[in-house]
Design a binder for this molecule. Structure first.
Ligand code: NDP
Ligand code: OXD
Length: 309
């Protein structure tokens, strides 16, 4: 059996090499080279070209190279019966926690403001905040949100989390479901979105949600661009209710140059780099799942296509 690797970001060769080294008896094709498309049952994929799965009529199992699977579940060419897995990995979770921590500390100590004042030649101290004064609200207490909660809690932040189901964790106070959402939001001075993008969560970061946050709250979206209503964020910042936002993910990536986020002084942007699947860490689970599939065993980190994550 052979596997096709599909990704368009220039990293295809390094993944192909690492996968081939880990499983020398399996053939890994780049989708760009000649290969028997009609025979392929297994694909490992990251943000594939639109329509490509029409070319793979026999595909039965698709592994995402990342934690998110929204790009697979929204593709109408991928049948409901196709098995889908995602990456769950401690390195990925740790990288995400480090990224969000860096953003939060920069916000608390005004580093973003000093950066812009420096280039303007302005010497002007700002009031800073301390860790124990801040409550961080994490939306999505899954693999990544749980790790972030641990890290922030250890450092002394007040941490609260919101998810579909209540969590019993020593590191954060858990809120769940629509009924507890506003209470959670009203306490979140810094709000971090780590939800999967599903039918239920698309557009969740909107005016109504922002207005439920305390005045001067700060929003960090490291989940998906589709969670955010871009115009609402800009309006609520410009009206003065939110102090700003850090965005790592966007509706269109790369973000088109005429998008107002680029030049907004209170929006800090990064190019979808909060946490990137590490080849060495992730290859073993991709290979393990391939052999599980081949031997008819239950896959690890299988996604519920019904639930959407
Ligand atoms: P998980 O599936 O492990 O966790 C998802 C969490 O969201 C769960 O706690 C779940 O609740 C909760 N949730 C889902 N739907 C709802 C809802 N409608 N209402 C309330 N809570 C909900 O995901 P991960 O932690 O692994 O990843 C989260 C996302 O982070 C990924 O889907 C991806 O989009 C993004 N990501 C971004 C990266 C970047 O570099 N920017 C890197 C990696 C991931 P429950 O626990 O009750 O099921
Ligand atoms: C992921 C991502 O989902 O990188 O893993 O966004």
């Amino acid at each position: 059996m052979s596997i096709v690797i599909i990704r368009q970001d220039g990293k295809i060769e390094s993944w192909q090499k690492a996968l081939q080294t880990e499983a020398p008896n399996v053939k890994f094709y780049s989708y760009l080279e000649a290969h028997p498309k009609n025979e392929i049952e297994v694909a490992i994929v990251w943000k594939h070209p639109k329509g490509i799965f029409k070319e793979y009529p026999k595909v039965k199992y698709i592994a995402s190279f990342g934690a998110g699977v929204d790009f697979l579940l929204t593709d109408k060419d991928i049948g409901e019966q196709v098995l889908i897995t995602r990456v769950v990995d401690p390195v990925l979770a740790n990288d995400m926690a480090e990224f969000v921590l860096a953003v939060i500390l920069s916000k608390l100590k005004n580093l973003d403001k000093y950066n812009s004042k420096q280039v303007q030649g302005i010497w002007e101290p700002e009031q800073y905040k301390r860790i124990e004064e801040m409550t961080v609200g994490i939306m999505g207490i899954g693999a990544l949100g749980t790790k972030l909660g641990d890290v922030l809690n250890k450092l002394g932040f007040n941490v609260i989390g919101w998810s579909g189901s209540l969590k019993k964790l020593d590191t954060l106070i858990s809120y769940a479901g629509e009924g507890q959402r506003d209470e959670f939001l009203s306490k979140s001075e810094i709000l971090v979105c780590l939800l999967p993008l599903t039918e239920q969560t698309r557009g969740i970061l909107n005016r109504k949600l922002f207005e439920a946050l305390p005045p001067q709250a700060y929003v960090i979206n490291v989940a998906r661009g589709g969670h955010l209503v871009d115009e609402d964020l800009i309006d609520v910042i410009d009206e003065g209710h939110l102090s700003g936002a850090c965005l790592d993910v966007f509706h269109d990536e790369p973000l088109p140059l005429d998008h107002p986020f680029w030049k907004h002084p209170k929006i800090f942007m990064t190019p979808h780099v909060a946490s990137v699947s590490d080849v060495d860490a992730v290859v073993p689970q991709l290979i393990e799942n391939y052999f599980r599939y081949k031997n008819g065993l239950t896959l690890i980190n299988q996604v519920s296509t019904k639930r959407g994550y």
